[in-house]
Design a protein around this ligand. Structure first.
Ligand SMILES: [Zn+2]
Length: 164
């Protein structure tokens, strides 16, 4: 039954004795591997957004008394994000309940391109979360941020739309 479901690649690996699972160790082509539920990757992607949002909140809570942050001064806050090293952060547009932010040389997309080449999808969920957390601090309300263009796919900047 199960063998009908195995891909031909896995069948070849089994035939060539390149797929072992012994004593809790899974080896494919001589390398240790692990099988995970595909949902895990969705969870990790969602988690990185949440982690970014939480770390921004922690960051601003921690430093708001130490740094003179005028809560509505957007460019001061964007400068602060640059100092953290996330990338070169610029406000493109601010509306009543939304903002468009560009991040040049995002730490994530730079690493992605360097290590893996071009991506087919946006990669900077953590920064989207961090921006959501930052604007949540500024607006004192719930926020949501989405990356609408990503340098990992090509181009030089990542664009984020923040709504609150
Ligand atoms: Zn990006």
């Amino acid at each position: 039954m199960i063998s009908n479901m195995l891909s031909s690649f896995l069948k070849k690996l089994l035939f060539a004795r390149q797929f072992f699972n012994m004593n809790g160790k899974l080896e494919i082509l001589g390398e240790r591997n692990v099988i995970m539920e595909p949902e895990l990757f969705l969870m990790l992607n969602e988690a990185s957004y949440g982690l970014g949002k939480e770390s921004a909140k922690i960051f601003f809570e921690k430093y708001k008394k130490k740094i003179d942050l005028k809560q509505n001064n957007y460019s001061n806050l964007m400068n602060l994000l640059e100092i953290l090293g996330l990338g070169s952060v610029k406000i493109m547009k601010v509306g009543e309940k939304s903002a468009t932010i560009s991040v040049k040389d995002s730490i994530i997309s730079e690493q992605y391109r360097k290590k893996r080449g071009k991506s087919k999808s946006n990669t900077c969920e953590f920064i989207a979360g961090f921006l959501a957390g930052t604007f949540s601090f500024i607006s004192n309300s719930e926020t949501d941020a989405q990356e609408t263009a990503c340098a990992s796919k090509g181009g030089s900047v990542c664009i984020f739309e923040v709504k609150w």
